[in-house]
Design a protein around this ligand. Sequence first.
Ligand code: ACO
Length: 345
Amino acid sequence: MTPDTSRKLVNPRARHNFQGRTCSITGVGACVPSRILTNQDLEKMVETSDEWILSRTGIRERRLAADGETTSDLAAGAAKRALKQAGVSPEDVDLIIVATITPDMPFPATACLVQRKLGSKKAAAFDLEAACSGFVYGLEIGQQFIMSRTYETVLVIGAEKLSTIVDWKDRNTCVLFGDGAGAAVLQHRPNSHGLLTAVMGANGENADLLYMPGGGSKCPATSDSVAARLHFLRMDGRETFKNAVQAMLTAAQEALARCGLDISQIKCIIPHQANKRIIDAVGTRLGARPEQIFVNLDRYGNTSAASVAIALDEVVATGRIQRGDLVLIVVFGAGLTWGAAVIEW
Ligand code: ACO
């Protein structure tokens, strides 16, 4: 299908076309570890049940990285597939952005380790931390570099090894998360709209709803901090849930309004894969039909920054979207952070 390049966007903040410059996603890829941890496996680790996890979250199983397998390994795996799909050589990448809350090390940036693994010698590289919203933040930042003609090719990766910061003794959180990575290649393509708009937001007032207390300047690692289990994530599930629904709804509505689009025009909605009940609540409030909404959290759980990137790869790989279709990505995460992106595929 030939993209409708005459589409008029009502709000100038939907700056999909700046002096003839647009930002397309020319390749996507994903990489998930081979090891599967099922709900039945978790029944043997903590006091929980497949029935509880499935009915409260929609998750059946998640992937766990092997001991020596790092966030940068998963990120590089996803990036290689995205570059191959885009037909781009790693040497031609100008910038690598890795969104993650589980970097290989506090420093250097995981993006630099990915650069080394890819052999993208001329690329600048940095990490960004916006938790589960990181991939949409990365798309918006990457777009800025493409639109400003600073760079021709930007690699945006969401990658996590959350299994290293999950407290496997805490049933409230350990059933929710998984490991994985997804990547997208951003480039200008004539006669294509690509990324139409991206909304980003944050509210630090609610930073303590979801956080990891230890390991930073406030609470550096000591034997006491380890013994107190401060190096694992903590979450107020109920409050996070409420905030997630409202923030995702508002972000999605703002992104659609900027483009002058109605939800019925969206072919595929890719929400952050945290909880099926959150996804259903957002979908209902948006007035979306169930068949518009993509869900894969039953197989991967919540992979934070990788979540919507893995999902985007799957919707492309399975032919669920075709060139010219409209896609809405909507995310929410610790920070609190949120975001939404509208893409003409
Ligand atoms: N198995 C069995 N029982 C459990 C489990 C479990 N795994 N976990 C909690 N329970 C119990 C609780 O102890 C509680 O028992 P109680 O009533 O005796 O105290 C009961 O189940 C209900 O607990 P709630 O927390 O009220 O359960 P809720 O229905 O809210 O579901 C959940 C919990 C799944 C965590 C939900 O609140 C949620 O998904 N929240 C949002 C998480 C999220 O979206 N995070 C996104 C950002 S992630 C990021 O940025 C990295």
